[in-house]
Design a binder for this molecule. Structure first.
Ligand SMILES: *[C@@H]1O[C@H](CO)[C@@H](O)[C@H](O)[C@H]1NC(C)=O
Ligand SMILES: *[C@@H]1O[C@H](CO)[C@@H](O)[C@H](O)[C@H]1NC(C)=O
Ligand SMILES: *[C@@H]1O[C@H](CO)[C@@H](O)[C@H](O)[C@H]1NC(C)=O
Ligand SMILES: *[C@@H]1O[C@H](CO)[C@@H](O)[C@H](O)[C@H]1NC(C)=O
Length: 551
């Protein structure tokens, strides 16, 4: 055995000497012929060396950027990386998304206080306020009940967020999303409401008109929304912009006739309201103090089908670039939330291809951020709020089209099936064979579905019919780089993310590495030692007693 180890050592050392540590290019190639013993030995050693060389970054995080892939569960990340790798002409599995190269990662537990499988309002509140709350509630703790506005309870339950704390710390703040700017994820940065759907005045029930203020108005009228330097996304109809007053049934139409963008502009004479790619990208950033970009009546279009002309809608990367360029003008730093919100929406429709394209665009936005900031002073976090009922399954061959299908060679009678399928959703009827003359063929043969490749709105298979596919309840990943990114390790509750941000950036009145005297602000923290000592003593006494009895 000793000899075996010795020989292995020599082989490894020889490999390292011969090849150096520039294996990355080789790793991209992904050919099964090439991936022999020496390949995997090198691959393992390369990663080991990389991890051994990591040093904790204990600078203060002047800037924080948190990317949220809405609904980007682990199966979506895996499929998304293969999709991106295959788009680059490789087999795909070996590809690494930009954020998968980050040095730290951990797992975030996403349940809401009252739901095993969460929604985006509760999960975003956890990430941004540091407190978990109920399903579909925004910015109010677990005492506040969904869809019931009670002014007294709400007052007591009201939470503050990373945006409040960053503003108190004299940082500039902003967010970018591909959903409506009043949707659950961005809403959780600035709003407080018993129902995430109360986005405009007409969606609030008559009996709560005096209790609840719609999310769009909260954004423009109340702190911290009215102090945001960057607000970008869709939602023009909720905001009452005349150019977006097409009546889209998926979003509410204001009945108060208020144009909130105009009010915002009046409150911020140096601010710019932009509604298309050209106006956004040609902004004179040096001469702009605030940006409100509203690019669609409701959610922004999927990247795959957007209008790419200058009059069209910007990409997530375009918005992220302009947001960072504006925010980094503040010498005290900034906090930015970037949401790739349509991963989630594509999944709800079982549009797997569109969902993966949105993951790919999230990566582009992360790459832009990496170019625009310095990692010695910027904490970058990439995570998801929750997962989806989305699975990558079967035994497709290496390099098989991730959007394709495969046959199980061991079960000859089973027809080909898709690698990417959903446990539920509208894809059920899309795939159901309605041919009553042949009741044994339950499903349409996958190879015969027309336009499978061309149709962007092709729906993947779902096993149980639902108009709207559901979220998934398993943990999601958190990837981090920059100051104190090493605090993301292991498995933790989702609300922990806000606590790390405050600690890393030394946000005002928060426990942080800049301020050791934090006990004055918060609860008595129970140290692990204090908790284990009494139980250890009890166990010891018990064992001793047992010993005595046995004697
Ligand atoms: C929008 O459409 C809905 C349903 O078609 C209708 O009930 C509503 O009155 C319309 N609103 C406006 C402002 O046109
Ligand atoms: C800044 O923009 C305003 C109009 O928004 C313009 O009047 C002014 O000349 C600009 N200043 C500079 C330095 O470009
Ligand atoms: C917008 O971003 C895309 C990539 O997402 C890039 O190809 C394009 O050049 C950008 N447009 C502008 C005007 O910068
Ligand atoms: C089967 O019927 C459902 C419900 O009527 C429909 O939505 C679906 O498109 C049909 N499937 C096919 C293959 O025609």
């Amino acid at each position: 055995m000793a000899a075996g180890t010795w020989i292995l050592d020599v082989i490894m050392m020889a490999l390292c000497v011969v090849t150096g540590i520039h294996f990355s290019d080789a790793l991209q190639r992904g050919s099964t012929d090439y991936e022999d013993m020496s390949f995997w030995m090198k691959s393992g050693q390369e990663h080991l060396q990389r991890v051994l060389s990591l040093r904790n970054n204990e600078n203060q995080a002047k800037n924080v950027i948190i990317f949220v892939g809405d609904g980007m569960g682990l199966s979506t990340v895996t499929a998304g990386r293969i999709f991106k790798g295959q788009a680059k002409g490789t087999t795909g599995e070996e590809y690494k998304l930009a954020f998968e190269k980050f040095p730290s990662s951990g797992l975030s537990k996403t349940y809401n206080v009252d739901k095993q499988v969460p929604d985006s309002a509760g999960t975003a509140t956890a990430m941004f306020s540091g407190v978990k709350c109920r399903y579909k509630v925004i910015g109010l703790d677990g005492h506040a009940v969904y869809n019931e506005c009670d002014a007294k309870i709400n007052e007591k339950s009201k939470l503050t967020t990373i945006v409040d704390w960053a503003q108190e710390s004299e940082k500039d703040t902003g967010f970018v999303t591909t959903t409506r700017i009043t949707h659950a994820t961005p809403g959780a940065l600035y709003a407080h409401t018993n129902n995430r759907d109360w986005e405009c005045d007409t969606s609030i029930p008559e009996k709560y008109k005096n209790c609840a203020k719609d999310i769009a108005r909260q954004l423009v009228e109340d702190a911290p929304g009215n102090n945001l330097k960057v607000i970008m996304g869709g939602g023009g109809q909720n905001m009452g912009l005349p150019i977006y007053q097409r009546n889209q049934s998926e979003t509410c139409v204001r009945s108060d006739g208020v144009n909130l963008a105009e009010i915002w502009k009046n409150n911020n004479p140096d601010g710019k309201v932009v509604t298309n790619t050209r106006d956004l990208m040609t902004l004179d950033i040096a001469n702009t103090s605030k940006i409100m970009g509203i690019f669609a009546p409701s959610h922004m279009p999927f990247h795959a089908v957007r209008d790419t002309s200058p009059e069209g809608t910007p990409t997530l990367a375009n918005m992220t670039l302009q947001a960072i360029r504006l925010l980094r003008k503040n010498k005290n730093g900034f906090l930015l939330m970037v949401e790739s919100g349509k991963i989630d929406i594509a999944h709800h429709y079982n549009y797997a291809k569109l969902a993966l394209r949105e993951v790919s665009e999230l990566e582009e936005a992360v790459l832009v951020a990496l170019q625009q900031v310095r990692l010695d002073e910027t904490l970058i976090i990439v995570t998801a709020d929750h997962s989806h009922s989305f699975t990558m399954n079967g035994y497709p061959a290496r390099g098989n089209d991730i959007l394709g299908y495969t046959t199980n060679l061991n079960e000859k009678n089973v027809p080909p099936y898709e690698t990417l399928t959903y446990a539920n959703g509208p894809g059920f009827f899309y795939h159901l064979n309605n041919d009553s003359s042949n009741v044994n063929d339950i499903w349409r043969p996958i190879e015969k579905i027309p336009n499978r490749d061309e149709d962007p709105y092709y729906r993947n298979f779902a096993g149980f019919y639902m108009k709207d596919e559901t979220h998934g309840g398993e943990d999601v990943a958190v990837y981090a780089i920059g100051p104190y990114s090493h605090l993301f390790r292991g498995t933790f509750e989702q609300n922990y993310i806000a606590h790390v941000i405050a600690y890393a950036a030394c946000l005002k009145n928060w426990p942080s590495h800049c301020d050791k005297a934090y006990h004055r602000y918060f609860y008595e923290l129970s140290s692990p030692a204090a908790m284990t000592t009494p139980s250890c003593i009890i166990v010891l006494v018990f064992i001793t007693l047992l010993g005595l009895t046995n004697r």
